[in-house]
Write a protein that binds this ligand. Structure first.
Ligand SMILES: NC(=O)c1ccc[n+]([C@@H]2O[C@H](COP(=O)([O-])OP(=O)(O)OC[C@H]3O[C@@H](n4cnc5c(N)ncnc54)[C@H](O)[C@@H]3O)[C@@H](O)[C@H]2O)c1
Ligand SMILES: [Zn+2]
Ligand SMILES: [Zn+2]
Length: 350
């Protein structure tokens, strides 16, 4: 039941606050200020845990900020709205997403990008003014916002540019809809829209967590013929098979070979597409080595941080970061090549 009477008033509620890096979250009473212009206050129905929450929870330095309320995958109900909000109304069921879509900037209007330049990410605060709507009930001390969402709380305030309305009681139960906030849309969007995997392709997915399993589904929906799942956890074999992998590799069980050697053996010359979904640099290198040498495509989900987002919950879209990644890769490659070339000929030989 939506409490209309709370509109325009601060709400006291419980939240799990991260106070010190790596320490348990503290359940405490907080005050959630009313939404300002373009903002929406939401009662959280359910929230899930993305690995990025864990990464920030462990992080000692900026961009981690303390105290803060983590969590960015959620389903909620609109409790009240600030001025100028016309996109959602009190009582709507919504899914917040951490990347904005102002709808007006060149990036929002582009088919190739969804990194909104109109509302760039502001660590710790709301996207339009950088301030927070959270404070400790006991002391009034401000609590930082996280990824423009902060869902480990009974109520949160989210900019309307970070919200997607979904059908209440629709096909997707609330506890599943919250996965659309990040993990599922990241993975499906990476495979479907950004990499645009072709029917008949061979694919390797490194890490079968929320993101990797969603990549698997995206590849299956795209008609990939062979989907090789790689995970240190052998229990991922079964769930991976249920969601579309055709083969499974446990990196601890490759008999002295590297995972990329095994994948090259299985596919002939390497997989057409490789997706790194663990957030680990050595795994990214292995994913790179597992790719087919001609027409190589490497998708690194962590690099593609912003492929997810609002459009992909409503309508999956594409972006430019892929090209930036390769631009920087080749820039550094040529820089080091010429540096060593000149060093060798003009310093060593001379
Ligand atoms: N928009 C984005 O780009 C975006 C969105 C969500 C998550 N992420 C990032 O993607 C990564 C995965 O997130 P998640 O929520 O799916 O994590 P998760 O913890 O649910 O899954 C990670 C999986 O990787 C496996 N794994 C770990 N190390 C491995 C290794 N060396 N080799 C093979 N498998 C290994 C684990 O067993 C686990 O199954 C994280 O780094 C997260 O921060 C990025
Ligand atoms: Zn996430
Ligand atoms: Zn925009």
């Amino acid at each position: 039941m939506v409490e209309q009477s709370t509109a325009n008033k601060p709400i006291r509620c419980k939240a799990a606050v991260s106070k010190v890096a790596g320490e348990p979250l503290e359940m405490t009473e907080v005050v959630v200020a009313p939404p300002r212009a373009h903002e929406v206050r939401i009662r959280i129905l359910c929230t899930s845990l993305c690995h990025t929450d864990v990464t920030f929870w462990r992080m000692k330095d900026f961009p981690a900020m303390y105290p803060s309320i983590l969590g960015h995958e959620a389903t909620g109900v609109v409790e009240s709205v600030g001025d100028e909000v016309v996109e959602v109304a009190v009582g709507d069921t919504v899914v917040p997403v951490f990347s904005a879509q102002c709808g007006d900037c060149a990036d929002c209007l582009s088919d190739r990008s969804n990194i909104c330049s109109g509302l760039p990410y502001r660590p710790g605060g709301m996207p339009r003014d950088g301030t927070t709507r959270f404070s400790f009930a006991a002391t009034g001390e401000p609590i930082h916002n996280f990824l423009s969402v902060s869902s480990f709380t009974e109520y949160t305030v989210v900019d309307v540019a970070h919200l997607v309305r979904i059908e209440p009681g629709g096909l997707i139960p609330h506890e599943m809809a919250c996965l659309l906030s990040c993990g599922v849309s990241t993975g499906v969007g990476a495979a479907w829209k950004v990499a645009a995997v072709e029917p008949g392709s061979s694919v390797a997915v490194f890490g079968l967590g929320a993101v990797g399993l969603a990549v698997t589904q995206g590849c299956r929906m795209r008609g990939a013929k062979r989907i090789i799942g790689v995970d240190l956890n052998p229990e991922k074999r079964e769930i991976g098979k249920r969601l579309g992998i055709t083969d499974f590799i446990d990196p601890n069980d490759v008999e002295g070979r590297t995972v990329s050697e095994v994948i090259k053996e299985m596919t002939g010359s390497g997989a057409d597409y490789c997706f790194e979904c663990t957030g680990s640099t050595p795994v990214m290198a292995e994913a790179f080595m597992s790719s087919r040498t001609v027409g190589m495509h490497v998708s690194h989900v962590t690099v593609w941080q912003t492929i997810v987002q609002r459009q992909q919950v409503a309508k999956i879209t594409d972006r430019r970061f892929f090209f930036f990644f390769f631009f920087f890769f080749f820039f550094f490659f040529f820089f080091f090549f010429f540096f060593f070339f000149f060093f060798f000929f003009f310093v060593v030989i001379a």
